[in-house]
Design a protein around this ligand. Structure first.
Ligand SMILES: Cc1ncc(COP(=O)(O)O)c(C=O)c1O
Length: 463
């Protein structure tokens, strides 16, 4: 513990009257530094501990100005209240908290319905910590299904090079060969032709993303499914699709109702989403649903009986907070279809408005327009030589905005972009403030001779 002698002239002198320190043990007669490597020898009063930790957290950024993350940064006070009430509930303890388990079941059923599952009585699914865990579970189901076919080669998984890192992790952890289809020219995600060209008898599945983390675009799930139908007709190999709808599976059911990307396509075996992205819940909750029980090999499901009940579970972690599941159910109750449509539409309106305005600036070229996910990517126009996207990102950060700059994956690593994620709570007013700052930043940057960024210290790729 580091104790600094109290300085009576300082306003935060614990012996003085500063309200921040009223909870401190006056017997210490000194100013505390919170522990960095070792526990303190003594206990502190709760108010003092709270203030010390709050002070540290002041250094975090302002989440509402973070245009890099897809993760929910604003919920209604009622939802926060509910989450605080559920703080002690452990999701695994389904015997002690049967109603939380029932809310989880209802959420799974609601999602299966939103995703047009053919037989609501036959679906199976669960909550997870986020989409990464959900994707791992879906990938494990694919691998087990494939190994039961009796094939002997090394299993592979086909996906675009634009997949989120969780899929590369899955392949590494579960010893599956990742077949990453590179980008080509202006094709920034997986195409049907390329997907099929990478499949063979050891392909455990194809991952289609709705939508891409890199630019917000939807991959053509229906075209990929049709191409795999043809492939099966020619080769006999029946390759299932998993839709990684981390963001889009909570957007498309409300804004792109005619788009067939979900269980309407018989080849789609499973779908995941992040409840904590466009599911509008604070982190961390994700969901994965299989179209029917046959798509999830039963030996992967464990029966937990030592907490007093006998419940099937499929998850990587055992204990997990129940509050997020209650909060997910709250958003479903609160918004209904109409409310969800309105919230997602508002985000898309802001995204397309902002994309149009940025597209009008001669300094930039849009890659996507925010009309699929409310997310768009843009880069500098070819004749811009005084600065680059990293300069723009850094200068916006000085104004509090977090707009990440990053390069695209193989074969377009030459392309560096900025990306804006519009989420619930990002208003037209905030968009106009951002545009105002962007215009000022551009006029400053135009005075430079050349880009000044150091890639090592640039804002990285987020989520
Ligand atoms: C397409 C996609 N898949 C998976 C993930 C991982 O999600 P999570 O952060 O919920 O684990 C993300 C995160 O951004 C994503 O965009």
């Amino acid at each position: 513990m580091v104790l600094h002698k109290g300085n009576p002239s300082r306003p935060d002198n614990p012996g003085g009257t500063n309200p921040f320190y009223t909870g401190m043990n006056p017997a210490l007669g000194a100013e505390l530094t919170p522990p960095r490597e070792r526990l303190l020898d003594i206990a502190l009063p709760a108010d003092t501990a709270l203030q010390l930790v709050r002070d540290e957290l002041m250094l975090d950024g302002n989440a509402r100005l973070n245009l890099a993350t897809f993760v929910t940064t604003w919920m209604e006070p009622q939802a926060r209240e509910l989450m605080a009430e559920c703080a002690e509930k452990n999701m695994i303890d389904k015997d002690e908290y049967p109603q939380t388990a029932e809310l989880e079941r209802r959420c799974v059923a609601i999602l299966a319905d939103l995703w047009n599952a053919p037989d609501p009585a036959d679906i199976i699914g669960c909550s997870t910590t986020g989409s990464s865990e959900a994707c791992m579970l879906a990938g494990m189901a694919f691998k087990r299904r494939w190994s039961k076919l009796g094939r002997t080669g090394k299993p592979n998984l086909v996906m675009g090079a634009n997949v989120q890192v969780c899929w590369e992790k899955f392949c590494e952890y579960w010893e599956v060969e990742p077949r990453l289809v590179p980008m080509e020219g202006d094709r920034f995600h997986l195409s049907a032709g390329e997907a099929v060209a990478h499949c063979d008898e050891n392909t455990i599945g194809v991952v289609a993303i709705l939508g891409s983390t890199f630019d917000g675009s939807y991959e053509p799930v229906a075209e990929i499914a049709a191409a795999l139908d043809e492939f099966q007709a020619k080769t006999g190999f029946d390759i299932p699709i998993h839709v990684d709808g981390a963001s889009g599976a909570m957007i498309a059911p409300f804004l792109h109702t005619d788009l067939e990307w979900d269980f309407r396509l018989p080849r789609v075996a499973s779908i995941n989403t992040s409840g904590h992205k466009y599911g509008l819940v604070y982190p961390g909750v994700g969901w994965v649903v299989w179209r029917d029980r046959a798509a999830l090999p039963s030996e992967l499901v464990f029966n937990v009986n030592y907490l007093g009940g006998d419940m099937p579970t499929f998850a990587l972690n055992f204990s997990r907070p129940g509050a997020q599941v209650a909060a997910q159910y709250y958003t479903f109750v609160r918004l209904g279809r109409e409310g969800f449509r309105a919230v997602q539409q508002a985000s898309r309106d802001v995204a397309t408005y902002l994309a149009d305005k940025i597209g009008e600036l001669p300094e930039f070229r849009l890659l996507t327009r925010g009309d699929q996910l409310p997310v768009f990517a843009f880069t500098t126009a070819p004749d811009v030589t005084a600065f680059d996207v990293y300069d723009v990102s850094r200068r916006l950060r000085e104004r509090g905005w977090l707009v990440p700059a990053y390069t695209f994956p193989e074969n377009r690593t030459d392309l560096a972009v900025l990306r804006i994620v519009v989420r619930n709570g990002f208003t037209h007013d905030l968009a106009d403030l951002l545009l105002g700052h962007l215009t000022q930043v551009l006029s400053d940057l135009a005075k430079q001779d050349a880009p000044t960024h150091d890639p090592a210290t640039s804002t990285g790729f987020h989520h």
